[in-house]
Design a protein around this ligand. Structure first.
Ligand SMILES: Nc1ncnc2c1ncn2[C@@H]1O[C@H](COP(=O)(O)OP(=O)(O)OP(=O)(O)O)[C@@H](O)[C@H]1O
Ligand SMILES: [Mg+2]
Length: 529
């Protein structure tokens, strides 16, 4: 029986000999031969082994683009199996809103799927590469996951399991990602090395459907519509419709159109693309911008009536207003308008419609497009027809139901003695939720809910008075205008009458002269005779 000391001695000798053989092998055997031996040794082990290995690399073949599959697997493992790993790595990814804990390099975890056990290894290989620019060697860390399983499960693992891991991992990545607010750059900045067509910042708007003040029934209907849309991938496929939905938000200023967009983005966890049409040069630029948007996003065009000359009606209105002005003034306005038109983008209504339709038919990703406007009547019907803008939502002045939400948000109260009076007054006055919210907000620590509610009652009274005065002034102006119009008409008729009289007089005069001439001729003829 060997003693412990002797065993250690023998082991040490064996290890030293092995190291010596390895050193000799790499020193004296040519590299080509080593590669050859390595290749066949690998093949032989493959034949003998019962296990299959699949490698998923961090970067794609070209080495430039990060592999989406690698990230999906990392997400999957960090949620499902990484808790079992002994060493974890905390990644503070640029696009992730929280820390991602994943397996550290050279760790291994097991996963079980439909009763089959598989093993995931996380590997890291350092390769030396020549940096041409500085003519020096740099080391390059390449990471990859290896999936190992018994070869009798090959069919199930390569199809069902891998698809399951990628799908789950992508889903986890989406819910974990930091959402973005994108704004379009002018085409002068569209370089690959700069921010490209869109610049982005993290999207952190706190608005939610809970804080949005509007009719509860309407709010629920919108939420249901959004849920149905976001889960409707198969349904849209089945009916042959691109997976998109258009919303038109209209209403007076300060009624919560922009707030609603943020609430929708937070509800669905979508990115927001805020498209500023006035910086888009032409229709083709618009198309490129829209095609460069990702799925699970909302594309917003705010104040669509101001972004483009979309309607003929607006001109008509201007013409009506200009009716009373004198010619010089009219010419000045026309000149100014022409200059502004030249400065504006060349995007046209048909260009916008084509881009929207073309975009959706080209890429059927999960996208919502939202237009907002203060004047829905001014929009061309082609722009807002169903199919393009499927859901028309009116954001209205603050009524009692909306007020209750604001009072709960801003003052944390559900009732007050003055609620009855407020309900009546809100029905008589058109005050926007933005104004009500501002009045309700405590302006100092000393102000409590009671003070703020009383201030609102007072403001509502003032607003009612103001509206009354405004209506009276409007009425007066209208009457004056009507008077002016009637006077103008009477003057014109008087002028016309005078002109007709003068013309008649002139005609009579001419007739007399003619008659006199004819009589003169006749008497002359008679005299001659
Ligand atoms: N319905 C609402 N619910 C909650 N807050 C609101 C609502 N409407 C307005 N507000 C408050 O008023 C502010 C202005 O509202 P918002 O910008 O959404 O109005 P808008 O309809 O987009 O106005 P505009 O037509 O001028 O763009 C918001 O920051 C929000 O605090
Ligand atoms: Mg707005």
């Amino acid at each position: 029986m060997l003693e412990t000391g002797a065993i250690w001695g023998l082991t040490g000798t064996a290890v030293t000999s092995l190291m010596f053989v390895c050193a000799m092998y790499s020193q004296y055997v040519p590299q080509n031969l080593r590669l050859y031996v390595g290749k066949y040794a690998h093949k032989m082990f493959g034949w003998m082994s019962f296990y299959v290995h699949i490698k998923f690399t961090e970067y794609t073949e070209e080495g430039l683009k990060r592999s989406e599959n690698y990230d999906a697997i990392r997400n999957y493992l960090s949620t499902n199996s990484a808790a079992r790993a002994k060493r974890l790595k905390a990644d503070e990814s640029k696009n992730s809103k929280s820390l991602v804990l994943s397996m550290d390099d050279h760790e291994e975890v097991e996963d079980v799927f439909e009763g089959v056990k598989v093993t995931w290894h996380s590997n890291m290989k350092v390769s030396q590469s020549q940096n041409n620019y500085f003519s020096r060697n740099t080391s390059d860390e390449r990471r990859f996951f290896t999936l190992t399983f018994h070869k009798r499960h090959r069919e199930m693992i390569t199809t069902t399991y891998v698809a399951h891991v990628l799908r789950e991992g992508k889903g986890i990545g989406l819910s974990n990602r930091e959402r973005k607010l994108y704004t379009n750059n002018s085409s002068k900045e569209w370089y690959p090395w700069s921010s490209g067509k869109w610049s982005n910042v993290p999207f952190h708007h706190p608005a939610t459907f809970n804080t949005l003040a509007m009719d509860p029934g309407k709010k629920e209907a919108i939420k249901k519509d959004l849920i149905k849309f976001s889960k409707g991938k198969d349904y849209y496929n089945k009916v042959g419709k691109p997976w998109k939905r258009g919303y038109l938000l209209f209403g007076p200023p300060g009624t919560g159109k922009s707030t609603m967009i943020s609430a929708i983005a937070n509800f669905l966890e979508y990115d927001v693309y805020d498209l500023e049409l006035t910086t888009v040069k032409d229709n083709s630029e618009l198309k490129k911008l829209l095609l460069d948007t990702k799925g699970k996003s909302i594309i917003v065009i705010e104040d669509i009536d101001c972004s483009l000359e979309l309607t003929g009606q607006r001109k008509t209105k201007k013409e009506e207003d200009d009716e009373d002005d004198d010619e010089d003034k009219k010419k000045d306005v026309e000149k100014k308008e022409k200059k502004e038109d030249e400065k504006q983008s060349k995007v046209t209504l048909s260009g916008l419609l084509n881009s929207i339709d073309g975009l959706w038919s080209a890429c059927s990703d999960e996208k919502i497009i939202i237009f907002t406007t203060n004047y829905v009547d001014k929009l061309d019907p082609a722009l807002i027809r169903r199919g393009r803008m499927d859901n028309h939502i009116e954001m209205s002045y603050c009524r009692f139901e909306a007020f209750k939400v604001l009072a709960k948000n801003y003052l944390e109260i559900d009732s007050h003695d003055l609620y009855g009076e407020i309900e009546r007054k809100l029905g008589e006055t058109d005050m926007s939720p933005a104004d009500v919210a501002e009045t309700l907000m405590p302006k100092s620590d000393e102000e409590d809910a009671d003070i703020c509610i009383k201030r609102l009652v007072k403001t509502l009274e003032e607003e009612k008075e103001k509206a009354k005065k405004l209506a009276e002034e409007e009425e007066k102006k209208k009457a004056e205008k009507e008077e002016k119009r009637k006077k103008k008409k009477a003057d014109e008729e008087e002028k016309k009458k005078k002109k007709t009289e003068e013309e008649e007089k002139e005609k009579e005069k001419e007739k007399k002269v003619k008659d006199a001439g004819e009589n003169g001729d006749v008497s002359k003829e008679n005299g001659d005779a």
